[in-house]
Design a protein around this ligand. Structure first.
Ligand code: FAD
Length: 206
């Protein structure tokens, strides 16, 4: 089971890995902190680090111990209109890097794969080389708008949820309640979240 807890600085996620040889459960931990706190968290000793982690986990997985090493990366927003070149097509996070707040990165990547496979299959039926520039261009055009819109929406959501203060929080709660009470809006947002809206590749339409 994956856990994702949203704090003002961003998500704190516990993502399941395979059990150890002795059956011990293992998770990968992603802890988003503000830029100013990053270096401090990296410098914490193991005991202090685990105490902070357990506090943020709210006891969902019980007692934890560290087995791996810590690494830190800056969270960034990466989007490029050009995802193909000579005999090259980028898919997944190599083509777009978005904030994990809305959990859309993998969905976008699967749509990239589906679109690329579909375009190449059509090309193969016409006897074209898989590296044909026209085919790659078709893939790039197909995926460009969707990945840009999702990246934009995700960035907007991150900024919206990052606005501090009680008024901002009340506005967010009102907005969420309105979505919850309006079936059309609710199903629109659910389709977006499940990654089943827009011009889907055939393989993802089933
Ligand atoms: C906390 C968190 C929660 C998320 N939740 C969701 C969610 O609910 N839904 C969703 O759709 N998305 C979610 N995402 C996003 C999702 O995890 C990514 O978008 C997705 O994993 C990207 O897949 P990928 O295969 O493109 O890249 P990656 O998963 O990053 O895979 C790239 C692989 O390449 C390897 N690699 C890198 N460099 C080299 C090299 N030089 N040589 C060989 N191998 C190399 C890496 O080790 C890695 O295994 C979340 C992300 C985070 C951080």
């Amino acid at each position: 089971m994956a856990w994702e807890i949203f704090y003002p600085a961003g998500p704190f996620a516990l993502l399941p890995l395979n059990d150890d040889a002795d059956g011990t459960h293992r998770s990968s931990l992603v802890w988003t902190v503000s830029e100013a706190d990053g270096a401090g968290v990296m410098k914490l000793g193991d005991r202090a680090f685990l105490a902070e982690v357990e506090k943020r986990m709210g006891g969902v997985l019980g007692k934890v111990k560290t087995v791996g090493h810590r690494s830190s990366w800056p969270l960034g927003f990466h989007h490029t209109a050009k995802i193909t070149s000579e005999r090259l097509a980028l898919i997944g996070d190599s083509a777009h890097g978005i904030h994990p707040i809305a959990g859309q990165g993998l969905n976008l990547g699967l749509r990239d794969v589906g679109a690329l496979v579909e375009v190449l299959a059509v090309g193969a039926r016409l006897g074209l080389d898989p590296g044909d520039p026209e085919l790659l261009k078709r893939y790039e055009t197909w995926r460009g708008l969707d990945s840009f819109m999702v990246a934009l929406a995700t960035d907007g959501l991150t900024r919206l949820f990052g606005v501090p203060g009680k008024t901002a929080s009340a506005v967010r709660r009102l907005g969420m309640a309105a979505v919850q009470r309006t079936p059309m809006l609710k199903s629109f947002f659910m389709d977006e979240a499940r990654g089943v809206s827009g011009d889907l590749p055939e393989i993802l339409r089933a």
